[in-house]
Design a protein around this ligand. Structure first.
Ligand SMILES: Nc1ncnc2c1ncn2[C@@H]1O[C@H](COP(=O)(O)OP(=O)(O)OP(=O)(O)O)[C@@H](O)[C@H]1O
Ligand SMILES: O=c1ccn([C@@H]2O[C@H](COP(=O)(O)O)[C@@H](O)[C@H]2O)c(=O)[nH]1
Length: 238
């Protein structure tokens, strides 16, 4: 059997993708399908760390957060990612995968705190590590958390699993004429202000020479194809 192209990856899972076709929240069939994709690559022996977003829950509370202090709203967003992380780890348990949730915010009755050596130990033991609460700081995003944790654990690549199948010349949901890049440099993505990821995440990955693959988590089998090094999504490189 062909070997995976990577031994250790940081997978950024879109919170919004967890909604499926629902207006917000976690769609059961969607999370089960996403976890089945994750289980398939974990069972191939690939060390997997996951950063989960929070858009699916935060979107539901956003109207009530209008006019709120930005930092307070951001802490709410980080707590939303803790809920997603717990749901994800439990869905993994149900599919026979051992996962450990580590939070960047102290919430010890619920999940263990993020401690880098412990995370590395879990990965070496073959457990999936789910990083919750983003970076633990307001004014950041879970994309930046993916770049940060990916750098900390010496991942070979950050895999951004989202609702679109790559990086486009413009947001494909708004511009029907947008075309997809097969690959693009960090400098070009930043200078063109492509909004698929925030500039802080791009800049950190660029500085750490950590490539990013943007691909669709909605497309069946796409995660495995990325892991096998097949042609899928867009590579963002130095
Ligand atoms: N140039 C672009 N190429 C591709 N997608 C783009 C571009 N510009 C904007 N987007 C949008 O960026 C979205 C992905 O980023 P975003 O951070 O919003 O979502 P996510 O990471 O999937 O969700 P969450 O924040 O809940 O984790 C895509 O769904 C797409 O509509
Ligand atoms: O490091 C972080 C990560 C996230 N936040 C807040 O959480 C929400 C949800 O995260 P997404 O990356 O959009 O999925 C985000 O909008 C921020 O409000 C944060 O403050 N710091």
């Amino acid at each position: 059997m062909t070997k995976p192209a990577y031994q250790r990856v940081l997978l950024k899972l879109s919170g919004e993708a967890l909604m499926g076709d629902d207006p917000f929240g976690i769609n059961r069939a969607t999370i089960e399908r996403m976890v089945a994709d994750v289980a398939e690559v974990a069972n191939m022996g690939v060390q997997l760390a996951v950063v989960i977003g929070g858009g699916n829950i935060f979107r539901g509370v956003a109207p009530g957060a209008q006019g709120m202090d930005r930092a307070t709203a951001d802490y709410m967003g980080m707590l939303a990612t803790v809920m997603n992380a717990l749901a994800l780890a439990d869905a993994m348990r149900q599919q026979g995968i051992t996962a450990r949730v580590m939070s960047a915010i102290a919430i010890e009755q619920v999940v263990e705190p993020y401690v880098r050596p412990k995370a590395l130990q879990y990965l070496e033991e073959g457990k999936v590590v789910v990083f919750a609460a983003g970076t633990g700081n307001p004014f950041f995003t879970t994309d930046t958390a993916a770049a940060l944790r990916g750098s900390e654990i010496s991942a070979e690549i950050v895999l951004k699993a989202t609702k679109v199948d790559g990086v486009y010349t413009a947001d494909p949901k708004k511009d029907p004429h947008a075309t997809r890049y097969e690959s693009i440099s960090f400098d070009e993505a930043i200078s063109k202000n492509l909004q698929v990821m925030d500039a802080t995440a791009f800049a950190l990955c660029r500085d750490q020479k950590l490539p990013i693959k943007v691909f669709s988590i909605v497309k069946p089998g796409a995660l495995k194809r990325v892991i096998m090094g097949e042609d899928e999504g867009t590579l963002v490189h130095v």
